[in-house]
Design a protein around this ligand. Structure first.
Ligand SMILES: [Zn+2]
Length: 290
């Protein structure tokens, strides 16, 4: 049995369909055909005459981009995500935009060069993974290892810049109202991390949510950069090990950045509920453009 997640915009077209369904099937195509048997017309919305997935439809199986032929196994988790058609989605977000990033999910937004944005820890104590890509060339992205060298510190101070893998500034750190616990050393959480922590079956992760968020803009990251882990309290201890401590940020604490190039910004509200870096209940974050 596979679990399929369908987008809200899609489910409303098919009375009785749910956002999350359990379907017995051995491949993505068979899954779509079984859905079509219950909700006629679903296949036609997802599959062209090829047959292949329609251009604006992205399907992920266990976090990997899939095709109609991708095999499913018992426990597979399938996400169907429509990309926003055309290039219009790469228009920079308008002033006043506020995007809520629900717990254990991700959102992407384009921020034009010179524009500023805030990441708000709405309820406090929630880690957010921030990724920044050159909007015109996703192969260029904020690079933790280049940034640490650039500022000669573990994390930039307010006024300093995060740079790309081409050593060009992409974000300038403008403001920090939180106690200042942030991390630039850790990989984002991913399905394997949760498996190693003893989770059986699917678990939301920042790596997967990065892919889902970018797919909503019709984009796919070529790789998963090391994120800027905001509000994350994992200090280097005197013996060289890491502390894994609860985030000390308070409700409404925020950090602000200026984009130094047209940038695709992705923020995930970290899904980590096995290691106590978040509050016991995960909460939302927000991206705000003044
Ligand atoms: Zn995470």
């Amino acid at each position: 049995m596979a679990t399929v997640h369908l987008p809200r915009s899609f489910v409303v077209l098919f009375p009785g369909a749910a956002r999350q369904l359990e379907v017995e099937s051995r491949s993505v195509l068979e899954l779509i055909e079984r859905l079509d048997a219950d909700w006629p017309g679903m296949r036609n919305r997802l599959v062209d005459a090829g047959p292949s997935l329609r251009e604006h439809i992205n399907v992920f199986v266990d976090g990997e981009r899939a095709t109609l032929g991708t095999r499913l196994r018992s426990g597979s988790v399938v996400h169907v995500i429509p990309a926003i058609a055309g290039g219009a989605s790469l228009q920079p977000a308008a002033p006043g935009t506020r995007i809520v990033v629900p717990p254990a999910s991700g959102r992407a937004v384009v921020v034009g060069a010179g524009r500023t944005f805030r990441v708000v820890d709405v309820q406090g104590g929630q880690v957010g993974d921030l990724f920044a890509f050159n909007a015109h060339d996703l192969a260029e992205h904020q690079s933790a290892m280049h940034t640490r060298m650039h500022v000669n510190r573990l994390f930039p101070r307010v006024g300093e810049a995060f740079v790309t893998n081409r050593r060009r500034p992409i974000l300038t750190f403008l403001e920090d109202t939180s106690p200042g616990a942030h991390d630039l050393l850790m990989a984002p959480c991913d399905p394997t991390r949760y498996r190693l922590l003893g989770v059986e079956g699917w678990h939301a992760s920042c790596q997967e949510n990065l892919g889902f968020a970018m797919a909503e803009l019709g984009l796919a990251p070529r790789l998963v950069p090391q994120p800027i882990n905001l509000f994350m309290n994992t200090p280097v201890l005197p013996d060289g090990s890491f502390g894994w401590l609860p985030s000390p940020s308070r409700p409404g604490d925020h950090v602000a950045f200026r984009a130094e190039m047209d940038a695709v910004i992705v923020l995930t509200s970290c899904a980590q509920d096995r290691v106590p870096i978040n509050k016991p209940t995960l909460t939302e974050l927000a991206i705000e453009l003044p």
